[in-house]
Design a protein around this ligand. Structure first.
Ligand code: IMP
Ligand code: MG
Length: 335
């Protein structure tokens, strides 16, 4: 068993879906596993030039890789069916590659009705919180008890053991974690490397932990997040910062250096991806919460020095388009 993990180091929407897709494209994985969250997640993926948004289904299905909804997730059987139909109608075979951990919990109509009237947190209203509440209250329903899910159900430990190479695809981000985020403005499942560990794999199998960030911060929900300067409106517009699940406007801010450091340290990140460099280039402003930068090169050198080997990261990748990432050689970049 070899495991790579992809997690968000901010508040979700860092571009995890894109990185997962990129890693799967290069091959070598036997499994792709979603390990937390439900259909609150919205992963935007460009596959063969076409845009897809997935909620429940791991990105492995785009490459015929066995794709597992792990026991750390909560599943809405209705939304899942819709998502299967949507992907299959666009020529992506799902059914034969999809597995669901028998002990994953289920989002019911009741959960959605309850979450649907949330005004306090600004949830995605997908029933996520109530489903996890019932799981931990020991009153939930599991995938193995829902007839429409039974054809996909597996024992995740049995599924993943042996000669496997696993890509774990995280949802949300480290600063939405119920323990580490700005409680109560958090999601209801753990979002870091430790959460991936709870899905039938061994911690000793970890090879790489990919930490994904955007070049700036975004957050969706009720907490006040975006400062009043108009540069953030320009970033919001240039970055098309609207929720993939809810369509809500994402609040924007400069990159939070302290939070990224903590997220790298606590999750053992050794590969860092900085997405959406093109957005700040378009806006023509570069900064972190600590202060402004003279331009892109200044900003890049800062990122490499700040989050490189001293922070435990061996490789930093950048991206300036919706589909790909590239590794930057720090020597040539700084020359
Ligand atoms: P919930 O996870 O739907 O309960 O929402 C709780 C908080 O997490 C809200 O602020 C949501 O906007 C946020 N959230 C949940 N999932 C995502 C996601 O995939 N991307 C960004 N924000 C999310
Ligand atoms: Mg998203």
């Amino acid at each position: 068993m070899i495991t790579d993990i992809v997690i968000g180091l901010q508040h979700g929407d860092e571009g995890k879906g894109k990185v997962t897709h990129h890693l799967l494209k290069n091959g070598g994985y036997t499994h792709c596993v979603r390990f937390n969250g439900g259909c609150n997640a919205g992963h935007t993926i460009i596959h063969n030039g076409k845009k897809f948004v997935t909620h429940h289904i791991p990105a492995g299905v785009f490459f015929g890789v066995t794709s597992v909804i792990g026991n750390g997730c909560v599943v809405d059987p209705v939304k899942l069916q819709e998502e299967i139909d949507y992907l299959e109608s666009h020529g992506i075979p799902v059914r034969q590659n999809l597995r669901i951990a028998s002990n994953a919990h289920v989002i019911t109509e009741q959960h959605k009705a309850e979450d649907g009237v949330d005004e306090k947190i600004g949830t995605t209203r997908t029933g996520n919180g109530p489903a996890y509440r019932d799981k931990y209250n020991r009153s939930g329903i599991r995938a193995c008890d829902v007839p429409s899910l039974v054809p996909f159900v597996v024992n995740i430990y049995e599924e993943l053991r042996g000669d496997t190479v696993i890509l774990m695809e995280g949802a949300q981000g480290f600063w939405l974690d119920p323990d580490w985020g700005d409680y109560p403005y958090v999601t209801s499942s753990h979002t870091g490397t430790a959460a991936a560990m709870q899905n039938g794999i061994s911690p000793r199998s970890i090879r790489n932990v990919w930490g994904i960030i955007k070049a700036y911060e975004t957050y969706v929900g009720k907490r006040q997040f975006q400062p009043s300067e108009e540069v953030f409106d320009r970033i919001q517009e240039a970055g098309q910062e609207f929720g993939a699940t809810t369509g809500r406007v994402r609040q924007c801010n400069w990159l939070n250096v302290k939070e990224i450091h903590q997220a790298i340290a606590m999750n053992g990140v050794n590969r860092l991806v900085v997405n959406k460099m093109d957005v700040l280039r378009k806006v023509g402003a570069w900064g972190t919460t600590e202060g402004p930068f003279y331009g892109e090169r200044h900003f890049r050198i800062f990122l490499q020095e700040e989050f490189g080997p001293l922070a435990g990261v061996d490789k930093i990748y950048f991206s300036d388009n919706p589909a790909t990432i590239y590794e930057e050689n720090p020597l040539t970049a700084a020359a």
